[in-house]
Design a protein around this ligand. Structure first.
Ligand SMILES: Nc1ncnc2c1ncn2[C@@H]1O[C@H](COP(=O)(O)OP(=O)(O)OP(=O)(O)O)[C@@H](O)[C@H]1O
Length: 239
């Protein structure tokens, strides 16, 4: 479903240049994985690339049958945006909910953008995530944990193939963090969506049942560039 080969992305312009390298990385439909690495190791950069929001510098990158590297090279931002809207869901670090929409309106957003409105799915997700009584409230009237559950429902409402979560538990207390990780995994499995969670807390993710992919970091070498490598054996070899 998702495959990267020899993908690189560098930020060279500033005082502390950084390069991300992904020699091989595959993710199968419905699979869950946590990406672990210290602060500044490139987790968000990788997720942004996987969210089709930033282009790779080089390498082969396919998602959902589309040649993403080629679409970037051709400047096909329209096609990338459409693919992102239909096939990807994002759970941000903190809510990211629109304050002037109700909970139901916030969850419906991804469906509207994807052109796939489905009130029954919103109701079912809300029931599953224990936020059905909150559907007509506004985000300001919710607890932090309830907001994170609304974010999860919104990321799944349009039935994406891939859900990306960047430190979704960074702003919640430890008990709630465990619950958010477990809910995210359970809901993605139920929906058949692949899930990638970036985290600086691999022990917590492992305890929640996530396989962990750790990045390898390299201090700046002679060229002054700090490097981070996210490598995963191709699925056929790993099996
Ligand atoms: N737009 C940018 N321009 C230049 N450098 C950047 C940019 N975005 C990120 N970087 C650099 O790239 C490196 C990786 O950053 P990134 O945010 O991907 O790491 P991270 O693992 O997600 O960190 P954190 O856990 O702190 O969020 C850092 O050294 C950062 O300073």
């Amino acid at each position: 479903m998702l495959s990267l080969r020899g993908v690189t992305k560098a930020y060279r312009g500033d005082a502390a240049p950084f390069a991300l390298e992904v020699p091989t990385f595959d993710l199968a439909a419905g699979e869950a994985l946590a990406l672990a690495g210290p602060s500044g190791s490139g987790k968000s950069t990788l997720l942004m690339m996987l969210a089709l929001a930033a282009p790779p510098d080089a390498g082969a990158f396919t998602f959902d049958g589309a040649d993403i590297a080629l679409l970037w090279r051709k400047g096909r931002r329209d096609a990338l945006a459409e693919l992102r809207a239909r096939r990807i869901g994002v759970v941000p670090q903190t809510g990211g909910l629109l304050p002037y929409l109700t909970v139901a309106g916030n969850i419906a957003l991804t469906q509207r953008i994807a052109g796939r409105e489905d009130a029954a799915r919103i109701r079912a997700l809300a029931e599953d995530l224990g936020i059905a009584p909150q559907l007509s409230k506004h985000p300001a009237a919710l607890s932090v944990g309830q907001r994170q559950r609304v974010s999860i429902a919104r990321a799944l409402a349009h039935r994406p193939a891939l859900v990306l979560a960047d430190e979704p538990t960074a702003s919640v207390h430890p008990e709630l963090a465990d619950a958010v990780l477990a809910l995210l995994k359970r809901e993605c499995a139920a929906a058949g969506a692949a899930l990638l969670v970036a985290t600086h807390d691999p022990d917590r993710a492992a305890a929640a049942g996530y396989p962990i992919l750790r990045c390898t970091t390299h201090a700046p070498g002679a060229d002054g560039i700090a490097r981070s490598v996210f490598a995963r054996l191709p699925l056929a070899e790993a099996a």
